[in-house]
Design a protein around this ligand. Structure first.
Ligand code: HCA
Ligand code: CU
Length: 384
């Protein structure tokens, strides 16, 4: 059973222009907990007073999900994370030669010392918490550096090592996240170490979900995601799509309540000031709506003709859109949903004519439009 870490409130808040006020964080955390995620990464306490306050507040909410406080590899960050009362601390440091040299001005041994010091301090301050260490930009960093960093972190008390594809660099079958995870697990095992492994996949190449599934198949214990995939640049794996695919195709999520996803997304959409595109997988308003007459005709017989995901998985229903592409079956279907079960052919063809006119003006025909059209057709003197 894979565990899900939602990082909307940490990584997601790093998306330009996104800021969640405290009450929105509390609502999102409650909803994420009810959805069934295992970890809620709540923020980086030293990034600001409001963030520190929010992490503390969420940690005190007595949720089933563990709250994660994010921390750089420094004693002051670790102390702030520990002071928040979070049940998990995520410590990160990039150990690539170029970053150590040009950004941190540190040698590898100095970096290893910082990792040792920070992780063991976190362990000491929070004996019962889960400690995660992430060699940031894991997959583009020198392998030996990553291995040494992970070894040092685990020996200092880290329970989880997260493999971060910080720049969305990986490609299934080419630069495989799954292969990386397996190689890292094997190399650590050869050193007598068996931490839990996590994967954090960015979406720069549009491959975050594919890479996360690759890591999943390699047996990672934890997958990171965020609502709408919000995060730095192109963001990360989208939570709803990930959970839905894992439930539909991999038998995961017995305790997940995916019906809650649409409301959770609406909440975040409101507060993040980002609107969900109508074609956004699982959540978008059109993703279970069929438009062309040929499609509508087929799905009315059996939705599976044009659906490989059951909308009921996320508490939604199949719909049929009315517009320029619609034919008689779409209109009959829409009329029956209004309680008009056996419309005569004349009414159907009149409604089709109107619906096509609306559609050609680029308008989506709503149920109110349809009602008005029906009333107009029925109120007209009959042709015969
Ligand atoms: C960041 C980078 C990070 C860290 C992930 C982690 C990444 O914004 O700090 O701490 O596990 O993508 O590497 O999100
Ligand atoms: Cu990230």
């Amino acid at each position: 059973m894979v565990r899900i870490l939602d990082t909307t409130l940490r990584e997601g808040e790093q998306a330009p222009g996104v800021f969640f006020p405290l009450h929105a964080k509390e609502m999102a955390a409650t909803a994420l907990d009810a959805l069934g995620v295992d970890f809620i990464e709540a923020g980086h306490p030293v990034a600001g007073r409001e963030i520190a306050e929010a992490v503390k507040r969420l940690a005190g909410m007595d949720l089933r999900a563990k709250i994660v406080a994010h921390s750089r590899c420094s004693l002051s960050d670790v102390s702030a994370a520990a002071a928040s009362g979070a049940g998990c601390v995520g410590i990160f440091l990039c150990v690539s030669d170029s970053r150590l040299d040009k950004v941190f001005r540190m040698s590898l041994p100095q970096a290893l010392e910082a990792i040792e010091e920070s992780v063991s301090r976190a362990r000491e301050l929070l004996p019962d918490a889960l400690i995660r260490f992430t060699p940031e930009d894991t997959v583009r960093s020198e392998w030996d550096n990553v291995l040494e960093a992970c070894r040092t972190a685990v020996l200092a008390g880290a329970d989880v090592i997260s493999v971060a594809d910080t720049t969305g660099y990986m490609i299934p079958g080419v630069r495989s996240m799954g292969r990386y995870v397996n190689d890292l697990r094997d190399a650590l095992e050869r050193r007598g170490l068996a931490p839990m492994l996590a994967a954090h996949c960015h979406n720069d190449r549009g491959l975050a979900l594919a890479n996360a599934l690759d890591a999943y198949q390699a047996g990672v214990d934890i997958l990171d995601a965020s609502i709408l995939g919000l995060g730095e640049r192109a963001g990360i794996v989208d939570l709803a799509t990930l959970m839905t695919v894992l439930a539909a195709d991999f038998g995961e999520g017995e305790h997940w309540d995916l019906d809650r996803l649409p409301d959770l997304y609406a909440l975040v959409e409101r507060h993040a000031g980002v609107s969900v595109p109508s074609f956004f997988p699982v959540i978008g308003k059109d993703v279970f709506r069929h438009s062309a007459g040929v499609h509508a005709n087929a799905v009315i017989q059996n939705p599976e003709h044009y659906q490989s995901l059951d909308p009921g998985l996320v508490g939604r229903e199949m719909e049929i859109a009315l517009g320029g592409m619609s034919g008689a079956s779409s209109v009959r279907w829409a009329l029956s949903r209004m309680g008009i079960d056996s419309p005569d052919d004349e009414l159907v063809s009149e409604v089709v004519r109107f619906v096509k006119i609306f559609g050609r003006k680029g308008r989506d025909v709503t149920s109110e439009d349809l009602l008005r059209v029906v009333q107009w057709c029925e109120g007209r003197p009959s042709k015969s």
